[in-house]
Ligand binder design. Structure first.
Ligand SMILES: [Fe+2]
Length: 290
């Protein structure tokens, strides 16, 4: 049977010194905003429009307005902050992207986004293990209701189908998650919902972990990008032979593809479908000089 939530246990702090307690000194900050700025600077959002999943940090009124100088990929964003695991994590959750079926009560919610490393490159094959309360605010500690793990795809994207978790005394609305790049330490954290009255009184709540959430009919769509403290080479080794010829709009480029533009050579950093205005020199989030 689902058990009531133990708020007191959940308030325990993350032990200092654990891999997820804090980024190591000197960690290079990560910039998701740079990716957005790169797209916004040429009037194009979302960056990965061809994927159908918008980058999560597209705050309205933010990056989407005005032109900015050529961005660098380290404008101060930090890796996603850790939070306490709480008392109800269970290992061996089912491998699934949907935690609901047709009869599951609750407001339908999808949570989607990307997992990035410190060089702002997406991480394929990253593990995300979600667990949350049901519509009544209870966790299933005997079974695996509202528990499931999945892996990011080749683009570093994930998508969870669930319900808006119920509230219970002592906490604001939240979803627990563990995120882990292959062979790297686990990040344990929680995701939050904007405009929740209890966000102001929950001692664990952290605004840096707010999802962007919008209503779509009777459902909700939440987005969030994780940034793991994982070193990455900003110059990934091409995985495929560079296509011949110069850059052109309307092409589906993959990370590692090479092109020429204006007489210079460039390497694709993120898979995307090119459009006019995203020429390599103008979008350093997508192309670097070879
Ligand atoms: Fe919880």
């Amino acid at each position: 049977m689902p058990a009531p939530h133990d708020h007191e246990a959940e308030t325990a702090a993350v032990p200092a010194g654990t891999p997820e307690a804090a980024p190591p000194a000197g960690a290079r900050p990560v910039s998701r905003k740079s990716l957005l700025r790169a797209a916004a600077a040429v009037g194009a959002v979302p960056l990965l429009a061809c994927t159908g999943v918008a980058l999560a940090r597209e705050h309205t009124g933010g990056a989407a307005t005005g032109l900015e100088p050529t961005p660098a990929c380290d404008d101060g964003d930090d890796p996603t902050v850790p939070q306490t695991e709480g008392p109800y994590f269970k290992p061996n959750s089912p491998h699934r992207t949907s935690l609901v079926n047709a009869g599951t009560p609750g407001i339908r919610l999808t949570v989607s986004g990307y997992v990035f490393g410190r060089a702002c490159l997406p991480i394929a094959g990253a593990l995300l293990d979600f667990w949350q309360a049901d519509v009544n605010g209870a966790y299933d500690n005997t079974g695996y209701a509202f528990r499931g793990h999945q892996f990011t795809d080749a683009r570093g994207a994930f998508r969870l189908s669930t319900i808006v978790p119920g509230l219970y005394p002592g906490r604001t609305r939240h979803i627990h998650v563990k995120v882990q790049a292959p062979n790297r330490p686990v990040l344990t954290t929680q995701l939050y919902f904007p405009d929740e009255p209890r966000n102001n009184t929950d001692a664990i709540f952290d605004a840096r972990l707010l999802m962007n959430v919008r209503e779509v009919g009777p459902s909700r769509e939440g987005t969030f990008d994780f940034v793991l403290d994982v070193p990455q080479s900003p110059s990934p080794t091409p995985t495929t032979a560079p296509p011949a010829g110069t850059w052109a709009a309307g092409r589906a480029y993959r990370a590692g593809d090479g092109v020429t533009y204006g007489g210079a050579a460039y390497v694709c950093l993120q898979a995307h479908t090119s459009v006019t205005g995203w020429e390599p020199p103008r979008v350093p989030a997508l192309w670097r000089a070879a």
